[in-house]
Write a protein that binds this ligand. Structure first.
Ligand SMILES: NC(=O)c1ccc[n+]([C@@H]2O[C@H](COP(=O)([O-])OP(=O)(O)OC[C@H]3O[C@@H](n4cnc5c(N)ncnc54)[C@H](O)[C@@H]3O)[C@@H](O)[C@H]2O)c1
Length: 240
């Protein structure tokens, strides 16, 4: 691996902590630092696990550039910090915009100053839901099906409402492209779909697979919502 010092913002969260442990286990010489403000309930439970793997933790907030003034070298940033829910931000959009958009800009500034590369975790929510819902589907006995539809590629339309979450992620992608062009930062954008796996702290609006298992385990009620509330929606889940 050509990198020597990896910073994972939002690294105490589900994906960030799994990436941190994966990279540290695979490349023991790599310095792995996790940066997180621990706003996501449950993220603090990942700290002992990260420490056991020799991963350094910094409590900080991507909204504040001063928190990102690090006293060590960084040559790769995984930007995993986010308010990752499609329901987030509607009472007060500030947190989601400040974190998901301005936080990414602050991380890009760090990359610019340190000549570091960035992997940015975006989302399939950048695609507008009205256009997705307009795709013809048919109702079968147990599920909805799309007989003539081959899936959504990166050439799918991007204009149209997509939630504050999706909009802040797409806005970050656009800014990121400008950083690539203007400053030569190397980046990968991953428009992740729904991801599931260990160390996810599921809640109603995010991390649903874990949430379902918890409800099943603790015998809590669950109900179907949306699309006639019949539970016929189909979704792929990728293991972290
Ligand atoms: N989990 C999924 O299915 C999924 C799907 C698509 C995209 N993503 C993206 O992947 C990334 C990671 O998602 P996740 O599932 O691990 O979510 P998560 O909530 O478990 O992790 C995000 C972490 O960011 C931290 N954070 C939030 N605001 C912060 C701030 N201002 N400063 C510093 N840290 C802050 C939280 O405390 C949390 O630990 C996000 O960008 C998310 O949008 C996730």
């Amino acid at each position: 691996m050509k990198y020597r010092s990896l910073l994972i913002t939002g690294g105490a969260g589900f994906i960030g902590s799994n990436l941190a442990v994966y990279f540290k286990s695979k490349h023991p010489k790599l310095k792995v630092t996790v940066f997180d403000n621990l706003i996501r309930k449950g993220s603090e439970l990942n700290l002992p696990r990260l420490k056991n793997h020799g991963i350094k933790f910094i409590r900080g907030d991507v909204r504040y550039p001063k928190d990102l003034k690090l006293k060590f070298d960084v040559d790769l940033v995984f930007e995993c910090s986010a308010e990752p829910s499609v329901l987030a931000g509607y009472q007060n959009p500030h947190y989601i915009v400040d974190t998901n958009l301005m936080g990414t800009v602050n991380c890009l500034e760090l990359c610019r100053q340190r000549k570091a590369d960035m992997v940015f975790l975006s989302t399939s929510r950048v695609y507008p839901y009205e256009k997705i819902n307009a795709i013809k589907f048919k109702e079968e006995k147990t599920r909805f099906a799309w007989p003539d539809f081959k899936g959504i590629g990166t050439d799918f339309a991007l204009n149209g409402p997509k939630t504050l979450y999706g909009a802040t992620k797409l806005a970050s992608e656009l800014i990121l492209q400008e950083y690539v062009q203007a400053y030569g930062i190397k980046t990968i954008v991953n428009r992740c779909g729904v991801i599931a796996g260990p160390w996810q702290f599921g809640k109603v609006d995010q991390g649903v697979f874990t949430y379902w298992m918890l409800a099943h385990y603790f015998k809590k009620p669950l109900k179907y919502i949306g699309f006639g509330a019949k539970g016929k929606q189909l979704r792929d889940f990728l293991p972290v």
